[in-house]
Unconditional design. Sequence first.
Length: 167
Amino acid sequence: MSNQKKPDEMTVIREEVHSLIKIVRDLEQAFPGRHFTLDGHLLGSIGEVLAVYYYGIELYTASTEKHDGCVDGKEVQIKITQRDTVLLSDEPEYLIVLYLNSNGTVFEVYNGPGKEVWESGGKPDKRHYKHLRVNRLMELDSAVIDEDRIPQIKGIRKMQKEFKNKK
């Protein structure tokens, strides 16, 4: 038997949150102008900087309405999720949806015009968001022709159902 004392839960939480805050600070230093705060910006900002890497998108100022950036004169909304749903509040000109697997791998769910996605989103909820399922976005993506996509500058794999995080 070990005589080592097991840390209490609050000590573990405090240490892990401290690690997260350090990661946020490091990310904000590496990507000036992006907010990686733990209150909801973290995953969105990760998605935005991944879109810069994979597609060469030039980002707008953080929290710009409707579009996150542009490339080749096309305005782009960027979404990333680890779940089954993405929320949209406006119809974007172009939309890129990424999926972050629990092992850290990123996949492209949707890349194309926003109109079809917006129209397929159904009725907005009480906060005016349309809820779009990852499986539906994958279906819509399969109908997008190459000329209507934002070209990749680095390769990213297409999302497959089997890559989804387990609940």
